[in-house]
Design a protein around this ligand. Sequence first.
Ligand SMILES: [Zn+2]
Length: 419
Amino acid sequence: MNFVDLNFIEKCITQLANCTEKDRPFTRLVFSDEFIQGRVWLTQKFKELNLITKVDEAGNLVGIYKSSNNASKKILIGSHIDTVAYGGKYDGIAGVISGLSIIKYLSDNDIELPFDIEVYDYLGEELNDWNMSCIGSRGICGALSEEMLNSKNSNGILLKDEINRIGGNTNNIDKLSNQFQNVLACFELHIEQGTTLENKGIDIGVVESMPNISRHKILIEGQAGHSGTTLMENRKDALVVASKLIIFINKLAKEISQKDNRHFVATVGKIEVSPNYVTIIPSDVEFIIDLRVVNKTSRDFFLNQLNKEIVKFKKVGNLKINFQDLMNSPYIEMNKTLNESLKKSVNDLNFTFMMMDSGAGHDTAHLAKVSKASIIFIPCQNGLSHCPEEFTESINIKKGSEVILKSILDLKDNYNEII
Ligand SMILES: [Zn+2]
């Protein structure tokens, strides 16, 4: 079976990759000139495929393949074309091109469907200058609050002004989430951004869940002092305690992830030391733990053990340690019926699959809160992502697209039973 056009995928990836800041490829930050250029390219592709094109109220760019019978039901396929600075050619892009390649097959073969298909470039999935990710997918789910829309970036520009500048209409954004009563399924293809599929030689990762993501701040207050005169036994060095805690966090997370056999990662990537001076014993250290977990029992165990360790250090070191929860976004399961369909498609096409958890958040995480949604992963070389070396073979995008296409065709064949 040869559904999807490999050359088309390769050409599209190359053309879209050219929409980049020239001196730091591949950079296509949301709302930038390069981003607008990317959207002009995508709009042109939508037109070539005879899709109805629009920018919705939340600033998502949409191409609509109309059903033969003006049906009200629809399927969404999409991902994002924005990148981080010095990002790659595939993160997000692969999912949008996948949508195009599916439409191309349907259109080339005059396949009529009892529902519409909408291909999405969800606006601004990557973390941006407003300290927010997934602007567009939050927007269509009714999860962009007034406060978020009125937030300012480092240049004082309101988020809503930028969304409206590129064609959105944030005054009417509320009505978008009503459409989900007519959505039969939301699909996304994404590179794995890890090494599991590549190492196991597996074609497709069918994602079971998106992790619970939480951030926690630890503030340690010791005592500053002269680095030359304060004897070792008299010190309350906040950085030494922070270092021990960070090692503890890393070791505990490793142990849990090995026992658990599900996704469990903990990272300390941000640390501030005061007064941060060569000849002064550090008095205050603040660091943030980024925790991503799919198993609640493991999460509770981790936080419990960490708390015990903090109590121990407080007693031994005679210093203050403050623990604060910063944010907590819930664990989200992908739709089981869609996953069954995706697995069946993999088998029908003689590809291989495994069930897996996602380590990162994606647009689909938001869609899954209001609709039937699922995401599949394809292998990416050496697990590298968010860097110019990011790479996946076009054949991987082709296989993933064929799996989604097959599930769409199955929905078509079983349409009367579904609705
Ligand atoms: Zn992405």
